[in-house]
Design a binder for this molecule. Structure first.
Ligand code: XIL
Length: 314
């Protein structure tokens, strides 16, 4: 692909995007397949590998949509990033309801074994745990942390290494784009995990950014790389407060350029994934109603200035 090829020419592993099965079968599938085929070398499931999608009831696994994305990516020779195994969100009620530490440990191990085992050798990297921190750097109050403390992270990574010894294992979070207690806590946690011998290979920074607020990305990426792990920008988008104007779309060109350069300038940064192809399908519309137009293609699948910002940085 174009952006992907250029990333590889710069010594990186991929330029990727998020996709789900419905993108590949819905009314925009021809645009999506054409763009994904041309520009993207790595695919992340946007939703269909999450716990509520693959194990909605205990022991009842549903892999249809996840398989469709894996099959498309595999037959088109793309890398896959597996997203995500242990996360407090999009987690079915039956897991929230567990109240014994030993039972929860088994449930985590079974889930990871089954999901990673199914795709062993086909998914290059996994977000093993996602969003474990609050903004102030304390652990999020999930069922995992309540019953197991920090040890839930060790349990998840050890199960993951066991399920697919060749997969790169990542911890992933958002708001690691500027200094503060959250990134400090992440760096400290990685240090503890490594000193305990927990198998971890990378740290993902989601990079759900706001227009004009991208200046800290490179220095924080460098700090994350200073842990000794690989780093990846895993869910990049740069949302614009409405109304979207021509001037803001120009600013978006330079913001995407800045973020792309940040990865190029940090040797341990392995790649960038954007969180979708077209603004038409972005999660930003429903999640941040006063923001819009965060991606590289517009609602009609035309390349935006933002696209050329990435291209120009490469
Ligand atoms: C989002 C998806 O894009 C939405 O479609 C879904 O409704 C909610 O989740 N951090 C993550 C991603 O790790 O999994 C989230 O994806 C966006 C924030």
């Amino acid at each position: 692909g174009l952006l992907d090829q250029k990333m590889k020419a710069k010594g990186k592993r991929y330029f990727g995007t998020a996709l789900d099965a419905w993108h590949l079968s819905g009314s925009d599938q021809s645009n999506i397949k054409m763009i994904a085929g041309a520009d993207f070398g790595a695919i992340t499931h946007e939703n269909s590998l999450k716990w509520d999608a693959v194990q909605p009831q205990q022991g009842n696994y549903q892999f249809g949509n996840a398989d469709a994305v894996v099959n498309w990516a595999t037959s088109n020779n793309r890398l896959l990033r597996g997203h995500t195994l242990v996360w407090h969100s999009q987690l079915p009620q039956w897991v929230h309801n567990i109240n014994s530490a030993s039972q929860l440990t088994q449930v985590i191990q079974n889930h990871i074994n089954t999901v990673m085992g199914r795709y062993r050798g086909r998914i290059y990297a996994w977000d093993v745990v996602n969003e474990v921190f609050e903004e102030n750097g304390t652990f999020r109050n999930s069922v995992f942390y309540r019953l197991l403390g920090e040890n839930f992270i060790d349990i998840a990574f050890r199960a993951a290494r066991n399920a697919d010894p060749n997969a790169k294992l990542y911890i992933n979070d958002y708001n690691l784009d500027g200094p503060g207690p959250k990134i400090d806590a992440m760096i400290a946690l990685i240090g503890r995990l490594r000193s305990r011998g927990v198998p971890i290979d990378g740290v993902g920074t989601q990079a759900h950014l706001i227009l004009g607020q991208v200046g800290g990305v490179q220095s924080q990426l460098q700090r994350l790389a200073g842990t000794g792990l690989d780093v990846a920008i895993t869910e990049l988008d740069i949302r614009i407060q409405t109304p979207v104007t021509a001037q803001k779309l120009d600013q978006q060109y330079s913001d995407y350029q800045t973020v792309t350069r940040a990865c190029l300038n940090v040797p341990r940064c392995v790649g960038i994934s954007v969180w979708g192809i077209s603004d038409k399908h972005s999660w930003v519309d429903s999640t941040f109603p006063s923001y819009d137009a965060p991606l590289l293609w517009d609602d009609w699948f035309n390349r935006k200035n933002a696209y050329w910002g990435v291209d120009n940085a490469l």
